[in-house]
Structures are given as structure tokens and as C-alpha cells.
Design a protein. Structure first.
Length: 266
């Protein structure tokens, strides 16, 4: 590649100086998103309920020479979310990119037998938190001179229903994340804020590893449903997160990018 083209690609995908909020940024996929965006030049605010995990990730980000700032909040609580937005406003003054990643996947069981409190916990954590965070952060994004980017983390189970895991509530919530993404994309287009969703397949995170370790027969069945015959390493989502955060995706909004090893083909 000649120098001009390589400069074009570096500039287009660069996040230098961008201010990013990653929810659930202390571990798992949120940690992978935070680190990859920091490597692309962004300063990151990390939020969840567990400050120790957030601080560990923040230290890694500072190791790349980027700024990292930690806020503890329960994102299902409107007051916590408002205080988080105030704290970010005080430190960064604005937000360029919001990654709504925090979520819960551990509650399983058939819908017919599920308690209302379990159902509500899944909806509050996976859907209402995105509503609350977006509502609180959009005012920090709206600016005639700048573009804003919101990336919502759905799942391949926001597109197809999970067959063996009795994850009906989770699937419902992740389908809703896609609906919310499209509705927000429509609302925010006049403000030059794009909103897209990532729909990942099974990733190698601690909760998944523990679950598959205790259910080896299920692991075999699920791997057999993935054309690429393996699960995803969290860092394999990094390129997509950087793309959706960068100028390279400026004309994309209301889209769902599936990265699932082919699971949803069959
Ligand atoms: N791993 C996969 O295979 C996979 C596949 C498709 C989609 N996803 C989605 O990707 C996202 C991340 O998944 P993951 O596997 O990385 O999960 P994880 O390791 O359990 O991380 C979830 C993150 O969300 C935070 N969180 C949960 N509830 C919260 C609340 N009420 N307030 C604030 N923060 C909260 C957690 O921190 P605290 O508990 O400390 O608050 C944690 O940082 C989720 O939305 C998940 O549904 C994952």
C-alpha cells in the first residue's frame, strides 16, 4: 500500500482523542471493547457495579497512554445513571461513543415457569439499562460540530431463538435490543448520531467457560450448530467495535452486525 492509502486507512479508523463510555467495561467482552478502542486512541470511561474489575481494566488502558476513568453504578437505576452522566460531564465534558454492553445471561429457565422478578431482572439489565444510559448520554453527544456513535450489544440470540439452553427471557431481551437500536437510529439521525448493534455468537468468557465445563454434552451440541465449529475469542470482536466507533462507519445506522461463526446460517 502506498503512503497516501495507508494514511487514509489509519486516519479513517483512528479514534484519537475520542471520549468513550463502555458499560460493563470491567470484564469479558466489555473489557475487550475498552482495550481495543483505547488502542485505537480513545479515552475511556468504564462503568459497572464492581470497582475492582473496572480499576484493573483502567490500569491496562492507562498502560497504552490513554486516559481511563471509573464510575460505579447500577445501570438499572435511573439515579445511578444520572449521577454517572454528571460525573462523565465533569471529567470529559462530552461523549463521542457509547457502547451499551452491560448485560446478564445467567438467568435461564422456561418462560412458562419463570418468576416475574427473574424476567424483570433480565429486561431491566439488558434493555432498560440501554434506554437509561442512552437517555442520559445523548445530551452529552449532541453537538453540531461532532458525530456521535452508539453501539448496542445484542446477541445472535436477538435473531434466532436458543434451542437447548431455555434462554427465552434472554432471547426476548436481545431481540428488544435490536428493536431499540433501530428506533434510536431513527430518532437520532437528525443529530448525526448513528446507532448500530453487534450480535455476537458464543464467546470465550469466564461465565461461558464455567457453564460449558459443567455441561460438556451441551457444549458438543452447540459447537455442532456453529459452521466454523468453535466459539469466538473476545478480541475477535475488536475490529468490528473499532469500525462502528470510527469514521469508517459514518453512513451506517440502524444496522445489526452479526459475528457468530455462521450459527445463524442454519
Ligand atoms: N459472552 C458471550 O458469549 C456473549 C454472546 C453474545 C452477547 N453477549 C452480550 O455481551 C455483553 C457482555 O457479555 P459478557 O459475556 O462479557 O458478560 P459478563 O462477563 O457477565 O459481563 C457483564 C458486564 O455487565 C456488567 N453489569 C451487569 N449488570 C449490571 C448492572 N445492573 N449495572 C451495571 N453493570 C452491570 C457487569 O458488571 P457488574 O456485575 O460488576 O455490575 C459486567 O461488567 C452482554 O450484554 C451479553 O449479553 C455475550
Amino acid at each position: 500500500m502506498d503512503n497516501i492509502s495507508s494514511r487514509y486507512f489509519n486516519d479513517t479508523f483512528s479514534l484519537a482523542g475520542k471520549k468513550v463510555l463502555v458499560t460493563g467495561g470491567g470484564r469479558g467482552l466489555g473489557m475487550a471493547f475498552s482495550i481495543s478502542l483505547a488502542q485505537a486512541g480513545a479515552d475511556i470511561v468504564l462503568v459497572s457495579r464492581t470497582s475492582t474489575e473496572l480499576e484493573e481494566t483502567a490500569e491496562k488502558i492507562r498502560g497504552f497512554g490513554r486516559k481511563a476513568f471509573v464510575v460505579t453504578a447500577d445501570l438499572t437505576k435511573e439515579n445511578d445513571v444520572k449521577e454517572m452522566a454528571d460525573a462523565i460531564n465533569n471529567v470529559f465534558g462530552h461523549v463521542d461513543i457509547l457502547i451499551n454492553n452491560a448485560g446478564i445471561g445467567s438467568i435461564v429457565g422456561s418462560i412458562a415457569e419463570m418468576s416475574l422478578s427473574d424476567w424483570q431482572l433480565v429486561m431491566d439489565t439488558n434493555v432498560t439499562s440501554i434506554f437509561l444510559c442512552s437517555k442520559a448520554i445523548i445530551p452529552l453527544m449532541k453537538n453540531k460540530e461532532r458525530k456521535g456513535k452508539i453501539i448496542n450489544i445484542s446477541s445472535m440470540y436477538g435473531l434466532v431463538v436458543n434451542r437447548y439452553l431455555e434462554g427465552g427471557a434472554y432471547c426476548t431481551s436481545k431481540f428488544a435490543v435490536i428493536g431499540l437500536t433501530k428506533a434510536l437510529a431513527s430518532d437520532l439521525a437528525p443529530y448525526n448520531i448513528t446507532v448500530n448493534a453487534i450480535a455476537p455468537g458464543f464467546c470465550r468468557t469466564k461465565p461461558n467457560e464455567n457453564f460449558f465445563h459443567s455441561h460438556p454434552e451441551l457444549y458438543e451440541k452447540l459447537i455442532d450448530m456453529i459452521p466454523l465449529q468453535r466459539i469466538c475469542e473476545p478480541k475477535e470482536l475488536s475490529g468490528l467495535a473499532v469500525y462502528l466507533s470510527s469514521e469508517a462507519s459514518d453512513f451506517m445506522t440502524g444496522s445489526v452486525l452479526v459475528i457468530d461463526g455462521g450459527y445463524t446460517i442454519w
